[in-house]
Design a protein around this ligand. Structure first.
Ligand code: HEC
Ligand code: HEC
Length: 97
């Protein structure tokens, strides 16, 4: 008989913590896992503006080699950044349309 007493005693010792874990004591409310706020993608730096494209030449180039004769000043004057550019450079950028 003594064997059974020990068995029961051990069984109880094992069962008490087991039962306690299974529901003997109320489990503390589990806080929902806090999901980090959706990370907004780092603001991507806007791509640099495309390099200014040279305006197409709307007129024929025949007999108009001396670009600056007409474009040095006036309505169709070259922009300020064209200072120093010579006639032979013009068509390197400006293509006749
Ligand atoms: C005889 C005068 C004359 C000559 C020479 C001349 N152009 Fe013009 N160009 C004009 C006039 C006038 C315009 C305005 C548009 C039109 O009437 O065809 C113009 C327009 C242009 C434009 C467009 C300007 C705009 O504001 O849209 C470009 C670019 C241009 N010319 C480049 C050249 C280049 C490069 C040369 C030399 C290869 C040249 N031109 C030679 C008279 C001339
Ligand atoms: C290195 C390239 C380059 C060369 C060389 C060049 N241009 Fe230009 N040109 C441009 C570009 C780009 C623009 C438009 C942006 C700006 O205003 O600079 C322009 C603008 C112009 C315009 C005004 C067009 C408009 O829409 O208002 C005229 C006229 C012109 N060029 C004439 C000339 C003449 C004449 C020469 C030669 C003396 C010349 N360019 C040489 C790149 C060039």
């Amino acid at each position: 008989m003594k064997k059974y007493v020990w068995f029961i005693a051990v069984a109880i010792l094992v069962l008490i913590p087991l039962l306690a874990a299974c529901g003997g004591t109320p489990t503390p409310p589990t806080t929902p896992p806090t999901t980090p706020p959706p990370t907004t993608p780092a603001p991507t730096t806007p791509p640099p503006p495309p390099a200014a494209t040279p305006t197409a030449i709307p007129h024929t180039l025949e007999g108009r080699d001396d670009c600056l004769m007409c474009h040095a000043s006036g309505t169709y004057a070259v922009p300020a950044d064209h200072a120093g550019r010579t006639n032979d450079t013009c068509t390197g950028c400006h293509q006749s349309a």
